[in-house]
Design a protein around this ligand. Structure first.
Ligand code: PLP
Length: 468
């Protein structure tokens, strides 16, 4: 669904500036099902607990703002995806959030790992992640990155361009290795939440076009190469996908390509990767399918299309990132300033400024992503009031939660919790306005463990060659 309110469409009810999808809650303190990590509860006194710890205790130990990863929730989701997709290979997409600890959890839960940069690959290898279970992505992999991947024995490389094939062949010959490769194709399908569009034409930087014929050419070239071992095709259609609709056309186009390749060479490609992008609930407006429902739906689509093309079912893989890391993470902020702004027509909007912002979560500013929030240090039965949670940066678009209902008596010093903060928050964080990035901590059984320590002003100043 396209959120029209982003462009300014507001509720027909003239007394509310809330977007149509956002209902005024009867209880603004409620931790709505499906939004929060598994151990998030309100304790006896009303304070929110994560991993068995009151949020104020987490902040006392780790400071504010802070990203809190619920370890049991993260591990549980990883395992759920592995179990739902039994017989498939499941790659956790490290770009959603990766650190040494996360890489170890992913390995311990039996998943494979996707990386797409020199930094991510280095983190994974340093964490002791089995290189054979790593997939390497990227549309412009440097020679240094490819060299590291080849010498470390990365399990598969998802090839994105003709230049990369040439680079791999040269490095493979030099290093005497023959890596397994998948060819990344573009199917013309672009999925976004409930909607997807399917076109014949693709106008973007990733992969080889199926409709343009480059994909088949690349497959045939790799098939004939002494330096790379072609194992299959990769297709990734988008993000925040809630159901299997978008996969139908993409899978048909991909399997048709497999059958064309078979006609051309007599060889059936053994592997097909359907990519990631499985959605999560950031607000009450989102209703993602479960991993088990997706597994069933995708298997049906594959089997149906394989029959149609007379192909054996290939070895399948998927690459969920956000669906594992997102809901496991909660961002905690502290309220610093509260302002009521008159909108005219008797409407007003409350702006609640917290000690973080677009530097720790760029998604609202970048994609108009929606989030929700609650007061976490206490409960309140004051009237739910339409509020906007904003950051401390010098940008009007520095919004963390565009629209949410928070109790009217919110005050300076209150802790605000934002769910869905485990994915694409710390991993996309910046130092805008010379803001040090918040730490990431794991909570489990009443204990806090640092995953990534808080950046300090000294860390930032140390990079500045003009300062002593
Ligand atoms: C981003 C990406 C993913 C993961 O997307 P999520 O929305 O986090 O599941 C998987 N595969 C590829 C190729 C990607 O680019």
């Amino acid at each position: 669904m396209t959120h029209m309110h982003v462009a300014g469409s507001i509720h027909a009810d003239a007394t509310s500036a809330a977007p149509v999808w956002l209902e005024k809650p009867t209880d603004a303190n409620a931790l709505v099902d499906g939004l929060w990590s598994g151990t998030a509860v309100r304790g006896a006194g009303g304070e929110m607990h994560l991993g068995g710890l009151p949020v104020t205790e987490i902040i006392e130990q780790a400071g504010s703002p802070v990203y809190v990863i619920d370890e049991l929730d993260f591990r549980g989701r990883a395992l759920t995806w592995a179990e739902a997709f039994e017989g498939w290979k499941v790659y956790y997409a490290g770009k959603s959030f990766l650190s040494g600890t996360i890489a170890r959890w992913v390995q311990e839960e039996g998943l494979n790992l996707d990386v797409c940069s020199l930094g991510e690959l280095t983190v994974a290898l340093r964490a002791g992640f089995d290189a054979a279970r790593i997939g390497l992505h990227g549309n412009n992999k440097s020679e240094e990155l490819l060299r590291l991947a080849l010498t470390a024995g990365v399990g598969r490389i998802i090839v994105d361009s003709a230049d990369e094939i040439a680079r791999l062949e040269r490095l493979g010959a030099e290093l005497s290795v023959r890596p397994d490769v998948l060819i990344r194709v573009t199917t013309g399908v672009e999925a976004h939440t409930h909607e997807y569009i399917a076109t014949a034409h693709e106008d973007q930087k990733f992969g080889f076009s199926i409709s343009g014929g480059q994909a088949l050419v690349a497959l045939v070239r790799c098939h004939g190469s002494a330096q790379v071992n072609l194992v299959g095709i990769h297709s990734h259609i988008g993000s925040q996908i809630f159901d299997t609709n978008g996969f139908e056309v993409a899978t048909r186009r991909t399997l048709r390509l497999m059958s064309q390749f078979k006609e051309a060479t007599g060889v059936a490609l053994p592997e097909l990767d359907l990519g990631g992008g499985f959605g999560i609930a950031y607000t009450t407006d989102d209703s993602p399918a479960t991993a088990h429902d997706l597994a069933r739906g995708l298997a049906e689509i594959i089997d149906h299309e394989c029959r149609a093309f007379g192909l054996e079912r290939p070895l399948l893989s998927i690459e969920p990132g956000r669906a594992i890391s997102g809901p496991a993470g909660t961002a905690l902020y502290t309220v610093g300033t509260i302002k009521d702004v008159e909108l005219g027509g008797g409407q007003s909007r409350r702006y609640i400024s917290v000690d973080g912002g677009m530097s720790d979560n760029i998604r609202p500013a970048l994609y108009a992503a929606e989030y929700s929030a609650v007061i976490a240090d206490r409960v309140s039965d004051a009237a739910p009031t339409l509020s906007r949670v904003v950051g401390l940066h010098c940008e009007g678009g520095d919004i963390l939660v565009r629209d949410t209902f928070l109790p009217r008596d919110i005050r300076i010093g209150d802790v605000i919790a934002v769910p869905g903060a485990g994915a694409y928050s710390r991993s996309m964080a910046s130092n805008y306005n010379h803001t040090p990035r918040p730490p990431v901590v794991a909570v489990r059984d009443g204990r806090v463990a640092t995953i990534i320590r808080r950046e300090t002003l000294d860390d930032l100043l140390a990079l500045d060659a003009g300062l002593e």
